[in-house]
Design a protein around this ligand. Structure first.
Ligand SMILES: N[C@@H](CCC(=O)N[C@@H](CS)C(=O)NCC(=O)O)C(=O)O
Length: 221
């Protein structure tokens, strides 16, 4: 069986979990406290980062190549279209969320509020939290603009771009940091993706010391 070394609220791990679940690949989840730098874990990924996936006898790291490997070996259902221009758009948006959104929002809110406490690194930096809360508004507005023009973020079909975005937003929703009233189209998109069977394991996550808000796993908000 596949084995994923992860932490529950990591958006990169969540994106891989969503890909695996959408393709109905059974996986054993192993929580990896990467900040404790366990030598066994560092052997699996010398970069010391999660996710790390063991699949087909291969130990893989870096969520984007992992998702593309899953796509290439298990193409059904399709999460990366075959048309080069459509693939480009999916990859652009995966990168948008995992780079820009991550740096401007996830690292400023989730890492300040949760990771610092879990890792014993002190209190949230209020400047960062303020910057993250400001930046998420602009990102939600950009998503709303995309969804005004398309059914899903990268086009007419659900793709890895939707999973990348949903992975970040679901982690932030766990700590009530998403204002779902800002845009109806974004809220509808999230309700649609959240109700997929692939999302179930993510909605069942529990981080000790951080109980999720009631709406977190409510499919109707
Ligand atoms: N580019 C990597 C980023 C993964 C990443 O930054 N994971 C975080 C947890 S959310 C981590 O392991 N950080 C440890 C570190 O940076 O030392 C990917 O897409 O997999």
């Amino acid at each position: 069986m596949a084995r994923l070394f992860h932490v529950p609220l990591s958006p990169f791990c969540r994106k891989v979990r969503l890909s695996l679940a959408e393709k109905k690949i059974e996986v054993e989840l192993v929580e990896e406290r990467y900040w404790e730098a366990d030598p066994d874990f560092l052997r699996r990924n010398p970069a010391g980062k999660v996710p790390v996936l063991r699949l087909d006898g291969i130990v893989m790291s870096e969520s984007a190549p992992i998702c593309e490997y899953i796509e290439e070996t298990r193409p059904d259902p399709v999460l990366l279209p075959s048309d080069p221009a459509a693939r480009l758009e999916v990859r652009r948006l995966v990168n948008w969320f995992d780079d820009k959104f991550h740096n401007e929002v996830t690292s400023k809110l989730l890492y300040e509020r949760v990771n610092k406490k879990v890792m014993g690194q002190g209190f949230p930096d209020s400047r960062n939290v303020k910057d993250g809360a400001k930046a998420i508004k602009y990102h939600l507005d950009y998503m709303a603009w995309l969804l005004d023009h398309r059914r899903w973020l990268a086009g007419d079909a659900m793709t890895l771009a939707d999973f990348a975005a949903a992975a970040h937003l679901s982690s932030l929703d766990y700590i009530s940091d998403v204002d779902w009233n800002r845009s109806d189209v974004v809220k509808d998109w999230y309700a649609k993706i959240k109700s997929r069977p692939a999302f179930r394991s993510i909605l069942a996550d529990q981080v000790p010391g951080f109980p999720p808000p009631r709406h977190y796993n409510d499919l109707d908000f």
